[in-house]
Design a binder for this molecule. Structure first.
Ligand code: GLC
Length: 626
């Protein structure tokens, strides 16, 4: 082994800038010098294994460090098999991704994971191997190289909270090997697990109740926060952290640019707590950030923190000690669907006002739908001011969005319905939740037009927000629910599969035909994205604020950037409404090209406007009192 003094200068330079803090944090957790030395040695090994091409890419990415805050970024997230059977299939359809203008591509977990016990790829049995039917690690490296040439950044999940019970470590643990048992949480009987259950909530109360499972091979209880076949890793053991960090860097060395830290808040467990968001989670994430800055700078960490805002924001870290580069804007997403159902924008305004108040460098990943359910983690204290009570309100939202409410054409399905808590969550594609499926089913042309308008308005709202807008593959062509999962014994218990259907390539042939739903949705989404790309006012550095339209059905957002001003209005009502804006001057609606003033703006049901105006010289404009 070469001694530290002989390590590459580039590595040593990056290490020396960060080592003081990194070692401090590491020792605070593990207090083990040998383990720390191993950790740093592993970082150097991963640096050496990184290809010259990727090292050059690191330097290029660093030069464009804020690429993800620009207005030309459009993301897409997809299951490899649903989109194109396998990774090579994505290469075959690469022109489609480029036609859509995708700059950020998130592949749902493609690593090896046992059939029937995979949780959609979230139960990994080998962190170094692609699921054989999806391809090989070489295919992934080839796809990412092709993406990089085309200026597309690649995101992959790093499922770090647990492994599959068929992972090599779990197999050795089942054989009773103490070193491997120590990588998980094993208990001789149910006494301690029962103590944990008193304070730890359940993730899947219906499909996988409880947080522990019996392991017959060793006659012990093992911690399984998610499904029984997903064994929680014990990050109190430094070997787990060292090896998992190495696994993360291995993915980066295969061309991954954005690491989605799956289930981030769960990775540290302590008896007597809810085992969520504990302070040591932040220590671990911060060390991982430092490790990636040393080995593969320019890599972004995307935290999956599906929690209320006060729990999400700390994962950005501080300006001096940042943790994640990107976080999901989960509460805005859930509040948006609440607004679709209630047609009242007050909660969404309240939510956005807290997002808009955050430092501009905190960048969110915005989305309407993703592979998971919509959990109703809303601000119920705020809703109480409007007489809305949690259980009754969740029931209303679920009734509305499953189409069991007067006037609703939405076609969602419940997820993990827990009648004791009245706490069901919701699944369905954007198009089906907007009512497109219901309108087609009932052959209601007027409703269909309205549902497509709602779908368009929600995409316009998505693209109005600062941050990275990510489309859920299929949403760009108005893909409907896939009810076929009900007949699949491996999927039918998990209604999230309703929005995990195969991409319908036949629809792509109709995209130019505006008499089709896919043609209308696609042309709208693409036109919106093009406008966003053409106007700097949409970049994340712009000022952003709430407008006051004096109408509870209309959401108003203002943006300003270097002389460009945008007034965006979204009507969530079923009927025409008026926004009383009283903004002076002549604006152009970027969507229709029509010039109008922004005093009294009329909006059809579920319509929106992007009113735009340029200022030649802002200083004079503001100070000319003559
Ligand atoms: C994340 C994923 C979800 C998965 C869970 C367990 O929350 O988004 O799909 O079930 O982690 O890994």
């Amino acid at each position: 082994m070469i001694s530290r003094e002989d390590w590459a200068k580039e590595f040593l330079r990056r290490l020396s800038k960060r080592e003081d803090e990194m070692k401090w944090l590491y020792m605070e957790l593990y207090n083990d010098q040998d383990a720390y030395d191993y950790f740093v040695g592993m970082l150097y090994r991963m640096y050496c294994e990184r290809s010259e091409t990727l090292r050059a890419w690191d330097r290029e990415r660093l030069g464009k460090s804020a690429w993800y805050q620009k207005n030309d970024v459009l993301g897409m997230v997809m299951y490899v098999n649903c989109f194109a059977e396998n990774i090579r299939g994505i290469l075959d359809h690469f022109d489609y991704l480029q036609k859509c203008g995708i700059k950020y591509l998130h592949l749902m977990p493609p690593l090896e994971s046992p059939e029937g016990k995979s949780d959609g790829g979230y139960a990994v049995s080998d962190f170094r191997k692609i699921e054989p039917e999806l391809g090989t690690m070489e295919d992934l490296a080839e796809l990412s190289a092709r993406c990089h040439e085309a200026g597309i950044y690649v995101c992959l999940d790093f499922v770090m909270n647990h492994t599959s019970d068929e992972h090599e470590w779990a197999i050795k643990a089942k054989q009773g090997n103490p070193d491997y048992m120590n990588r998980y949480f094993f208990f001789d009987n149910w006494d301690i697990p029962n103590e944990f259950e008193k304070t730890v909530p359940q993730v899947f109360p219906t499909t996988a109740p409880g947080n522990f499972s019996w392991c017959p091979e060793v006659g012990k209880v093992v911690m399984t926060t998610f499904y029984p076949y997903q064994w929680d890793l014990n990050y109190g053991n430094c070997v787990v952290f060292n090896d998992m960090t190495e696994n993360m860097l291995y993915l980066c060395n295969n061309g991954v640019d954005i690491v989605r830290l799956d289930a981030t808040p769960y990775i540290w467990k302590e008896l007597g707590t809810n085992c969520r968001n504990l302070p040591k989670v932040h220590t671990l994430v911060r060390i991982m950030r430092l490790a990636s800055e040393i080995v593969c700078p320019g890599t972004l960490l995307l935290g999956e923190v599906v929690m209320e805002p006060s729990k999400v924001v700390p994962y950005f870290g501080t300006v001096e000690k940042p943790e994640c580069h990107l976080l999901y804007n989960v509460t805005t997403m859930a509040s948006t669907w609440h607004t679709v159902a209630t047609k009242d924008v007050n909660l969404l305004k309240h939510q956005l006002s807290s997002v808009f108040a955050l430092p501009g460098d905190y960048t969110f990943l915005n989305y309407l739908r993703c592979h998971d359910d919509i959990g109703w983690g809303l601000d119920y204290d705020f809703l109480a001011n409007y007489g809305m009570e949690q259980v009754a309100h969740k029931k209303f939202l679920n009734d509305y969005l499953t189409g069991n409410y007067y006037g609703s054409y939405a076609r969602g399905e419940l997820y993990n319905n827990d009648p004791s808590l009245g706490d069901a969550r919701l699944c369905g594609t954007t198009a089906s939740l907007c009512g497109i499926e219901g309108a087609l089913e009932t052959e209601n042309a007027e409703k269909l037009e309205d549902a497509i308008r709602l779908d368009r308005m929600l995409h316009a709202f998505l693209l109005t927000q600062s941050g990275v807008p990510v489309l859920y593959s299929g949403d760009e062509v108005g893909q409907l629910n896939d009810n076929g999962y009900h007949n699949d014994p491996l999927k039918r218990e998990d209604s999230r599969y309703i929005h995990r259907g195969n991409f319908d390539w036949k629809k792509v042939q109709n995209l130019q035909d505006l008499s089709t739903v896919e043609g209308q949705v696609y042309s709208s989404v693409m036109k919106l994205a093009k406008i966003r790309k053409d106007y700097q006012v949409f970049n994340s550095k712009a000022d952003i604020w709430l407008l006051e339209p004096y109408n509870d059905h209309i959401l108003g957002i203002g943006r300003y950037y270097e002389g460009q001003k945008l007034l965006a209005l979204f009507n969530f009502a079923d009927a025409e409404e008026i926004a009383w804006l009283y903004e002076e001057g002549e604006y152009t609606d970027l969507w229709t090209g029509i010039k109008k003033d922004a005093m009294e703006v009329h909006l059809k049901a579920h319509d929106f406007v992007w009113l735009y105006r340029e200022f030649e010289d802002t200083y004079e404009d503001e100070t000319d009192f003559s």
